[in-house]
Ligand binder design. Structure first.
Ligand SMILES: Cc1cc2nc3c(=O)[nH]c(=O)nc-3n(C[C@H](O)[C@H](O)[C@H](O)COP(=O)(O)OP(=O)(O)OC[C@H]3O[C@@H](n4cnc5c(N)ncnc54)[C@H](O)[C@@H]3O)c2cc1C
Length: 484
């Protein structure tokens, strides 16, 4: 067996493998280098590029994101990392004049009422005066003030919201707003694993609305480094990948290198890739759950089954850019969401050039259309079929009939893990299997949140846990040598 990561040759050098070079794996390698002085890391990725889901096309003097386009400023892990990487001056917020977005419903654009927080009202008046809900739909909102608190145990987000606010709010507003984040079916997503603060508000105040209102002052007083709730980088998010990779000085990046197997070998770990076994002191696995299950085959079948049963939604993102004269509707917000009952296959459209002021780009109207409803096999469509659907739907919604100047389909198979009802309990069971294996860290977007700040936070915490284990290990060693 070979030690590819062994660069210094001292007995104290730690050799670590990081499997997966998306943001979780990259951040893990970065934090490891920051925290451990004598370390040699091998970072494996099956793909020919780093970044995983993060992919920016800047080839046509435009900034078109194929995956994520921004991150939440309120979760500081990403902002902190950008600042550490010297990227703070490159952070930009959503254009203030493009505040909010629309819902496309029954052939019309309705502004999302002010004061909607994660799909539910934190203010009553804007929702009660919105034409998006009928009087019956508005009356149903009152249920939140009288409905019983949820019993213990998990339930679907849809079930919780339907019981408290009625079907109209869920189908026309909350559903499109919340299911977009996970590309999932609101009636299957776990309340506890996705938006536990809704449950928390209900449990505290007996009503989500009242719970939100009571917690508002603390949110207002929270320190904010940035004005916008969402931030991005002025040349696209892939720049972060490039900058982070450039900062890695003790990491050997192995691209186009699929890891086939990870197995314990005494107090070491063996990683097999391209027919070669390499030995490490620790391994951080950051691949999607289904890939991780194929790597950790030394675990009992029950443990692997817990990973394999995590469903993933496939997505297609279509980026398009038009000359401004071809756009006949005001694109004065960040875009629009499309409820599933609206009868279109698109789930949302972002008006990129309204949302972000990327510098030095062509002055075209850029948009991204999202495809892949829960339960739909969108990638079964050929490119021609997808584009035909896109053309038809972009004409029906935005009345665009002219061909675009730029057009690209990003196909993302098994893009988004689905945190379905019981997800947290299943993960807890999985971790019980892992407890017997120190120095094996299983990370990834199937746990702890799909957002980039969640990914970075998980990486940081795993590295802290690793350093804690290493410190405890060397203290034990010193004690045992002192005792001899
Ligand atoms: C269309 C879309 C839009 C999104 N929008 C946002 C957004 O606006 N804001 C936000 O915060 N988040 C967003 N997300 C979520 C976020 O982008 C992802 O959760 C995050 O990028 C996942 O990072 P990761 O490193 O955990 O996984 P990945 O990016 O999936 O990386 C895993 C890596 O593992 C590699 N790999 C797999 N198997 C193997 C193997 N056997 N051996 C070696 N390597 C392997 C893969 O090649 C890949 O590079 C979006 C996601 C998608 C798909």
């Amino acid at each position: 067996m070979d030690h590819p990561g062994w660069v210094g040759g001292t007995n104290f050098m730690l050799r670590v493998a990081v499997v997966g070079g998306g943001i979780t794996g990259l951040a893990t390698a970065y934090f490891l280098e920051q925290s451990v002085s004598d370390i040699a890391i091998d970072l494996f990725d099956a793909d020919s590029r780093l970044g995983g889901k993060i992919l920016t096309d800047t080839s046509q003097n435009l900034v078109i994101e194929g995956g994520p386009d921004s991150f939440l400023a309120a979760k500081p892990a990403m902002v902190d990392l950008c600042e550490e990487l010297g990227l703070a001056p490159r952070l930009i917020g959503v254009n203030p004049q493009a505040h909010g977005s629309y819902i496309f419903w029954q052939g019309q654009f309705y502004p999302i009422p002010e004061g909607m927080q994660t799909g539910v009202p934190a203010r009553a008046k804007p929702l009660l005066t919105s034409p998006l809900l009928s009087p019956t739909g508005k009356l149903a909102l009152l249920r939140d003030l009288v409905a019983r608190k949820s019993p213990a145990g998990d339930q679907s987000l849809g079930n919780f919201l339907r019981r408290r606010f009625g079907n109209q709010l869920v189908d026309r507003l909350a559903g499109p707003m919340l299911s977009g984040i996970y590309a999932g079916d609101i009636d299957r997503l776990s309340l506890k694993a996705t938006f536990p603060h809704l449950l928390d508000a209900e449990q505290r105040a007996g009503s989500v609305y009242l719970g939100f209102r009571r917690s508002r002052p603390s949110a207002k007083n929270a320190p904010r480094r940035h004005r916008s709730a969402f931030l991005t980088l002025d040349h696209g998010l892939e720049e972060m990948v490039t900058v982070m990779a450039d900062r890695l000085t003790h990491t050997h990046v192995l691209l186009s290198t699929t890891v086939d197997r990870i197995a314990p070998a005494g107090k070491y770990w063996v990683v097999a890739a391209k027919g070669q076994d390499s030995v490490y002191d620790a391994v951080f696995v950051t691949t999607p759950a289904y890939a991780t299950a194929n790597l950790l085959t030394f675990l009992p079948a029950d443990a692997l089954d817990l990973l394999r049963r995590i469903p993933y939604a496939s997505l297609a993102v279509i980026g398009a850019a038009y000359v401004p004269e071809d756009i006949r509707i005001p694109t004065n917000r960040t875009g629009f969401l499309v409820p599933s009952a609206a009868g279109l296959r698109m789930t949302a459209v972002t008006w990129v050039s309204s949302k972000w002021s990327y510098p030095d780009v062509l002055s075209l109207c850029v948009l991204r259309a999202f495809y892949g409803r829960a339960g739909e096999n969108i990638l079964g469509d050929s490119d021609e079929a997808l584009l035909a659907t896109f053309r038809k739907e972009i004409a029906a919604t935005m009345r665009i009939h002219k061909p675009p100047q730029y057009l690209r389909i990003f196909r993302i198979p098994r893009a988004m893990p689905q945190y379905t009802v019981g997800h947290l309990e299943r993960l807890e069971r999985f971790h019980r299997f892992l407890a017997a294996y120190p120095r094996l860290f299983v990370l990834g977007a199937f746990e702890g949140g799909v957002g980039m700040p969640d990914r970075v936070l998980q990486a940081r915490q795993a590295v802290q846990a690793f350093c804690g284990q290493s410190a405890a290990g060397s203290a034990d060693q010193q004690n045992s040598s002192a005792n001899h």
